[in-house]
Design a protein around this ligand. Structure first.
Ligand SMILES: Cc1cc2nc3c(=O)[nH]c(=O)nc-3n(C[C@H](O)[C@H](O)[C@H](O)COP(=O)(O)O)c2cc1C
Length: 212
C-alpha cells in the first residue's frame, strides 16, 4: 500500500536531500515574487538577502518576474498571453512561493495584485491552489508592511494557498541595514531572517508531506 504523503513527495521529486548535522533535509525550490518594480526598491534588497541566506535553511529561491505581465483581463482567458502562461507555469512548478512586498497606501502594490490575479485565472486553473506560501515585507515606516501583509494573506487564503501563519516578519528597513548586494549588516536581523526561512522550510515540509 502506498504510504501517506507519497504522492506529494513524488510531485516534488526534483527537490533534493542534503545532510544537515545528522539529519537529511530536503531542499525545496521556492519561487520568489518581489512586489516592487522600483529600481531602488528596498524590498528587492530584502529579497536579495533572503536569496543569500536561503541555502542555510534548505531553500533555493528563484525569482519569478512580474514586471512584464500584461494587465489581467478575462478577455484573455480563452487564449492566455505567453507571458502570463509562462508566469503561471513557473508558479506551478515551484514547491512553494515566497512573496516580498512593499506597502502601498495600506495595501499591496498594483503590480503584485495584477500578478496574483493573473495566476488565479482562468477559472479552475488557479496556479496557487494548494501551493504553500509565505509573506514578508520591508517598509521605511514603523509597522513594516503589516497592513499590506494582512491584505496579501486575505488574497492567498481565497486562492487556497496554505500560508505560513507564524512567525510574522515585518521589516523596518533603516538605511544601511541591507546593502544593495543583499548583505545584512546587523547580526540579529540576519539571525531573525534565517530563523524565519527555517520556519518557511518547516511549513513547506508539513504542507507537502503531512504526517498521518
Ligand atoms: C504609492 C506609495 C504608497 C506608500 N504607502 C505606504 C504605506 O501605506 N505604508 C508604508 O509603510 N509605506 C508606504 N510607502 C512608503 C514605502 O514604504 C517606501 O516607498 C518603500 O521604499 C517602498 O518599497 P520599495 O522600495 O520596495 O518599492 C508608500 C510609497 C509609495 C510610493
Amino acid at each position: 500500500m502506498r504510504p501517506p504523503g507519497e504522492m506529494a513527495i513524488r510531485m516534488h521529486s526534483y527537490a533534493c536531500n542534503f545532510r544537515k548535522g545528522t539529519h537529511f533535509m530536503t531542499t525545496y525550490n521556492v519561487g520568489l515574487l518581489v512586489g516592487s518594480i522600483s529600481s531602488t526598491s528596498i524590498n528587492r534588497r530584502l529579497a536579495s538577502a533572503l536569496v543569500k541566506l536561503a541555502p542555510q535553511a534548505g531553500l533555493t529561491l528563484t525569482e519569478i518576474p512580474i514586471v512584464g505581465l500584461p494587465f489581467y483581463s478575462s478577455d484573455h482567458d480563452a487564449a492566455i498571453p505567453a507571458e502570463a502562461a509562462e508566469f503561471k507555469g513557473a508558479i506551478e512548478s515551484s514547491d512553494a512561493i515566497l512573496i516580498v512586498t512593499p506597502e502601498y497606501n495600506r495595501s499591496i502594490p498594483g503590480v503584485l495584485k495584477n500578478a496574483l490575479d493573473t495566476a488565479s485565472r482562468p477559472w479552475g486553473q488557479n496556479s496557487f491552489a494548494a501551493k504553500p506560501s509565505a509573506v514578508i515585507g520591508a517598509s521605511v515606516g514603523a509597522i513594516g508592511t503589516a497592513v499590506a501583509q494582512q491584505h496579501l494573506r486575505s488574497i492567498l487564503s481565497f486562492l487556497a494557498s496554505p500560508e505560513l501563519a507564524q512567525p510574522e516578519a515585518y521589516i523596518q528597513l533603516r538605511e544601511g541595514l541591507i546593502t544593495d548586494s543583499g548583505e545584512v549588516t546587523d547580526e540579529s536581523t540576519a539571525e531573525f531572517l534565517l530563523s524565519w526561512l527555517k520556519a518557511v522550510h518547516a511549513h513547506i515540509a508539513k504542507t507537502l508531506s503531512p504526517a498521518v
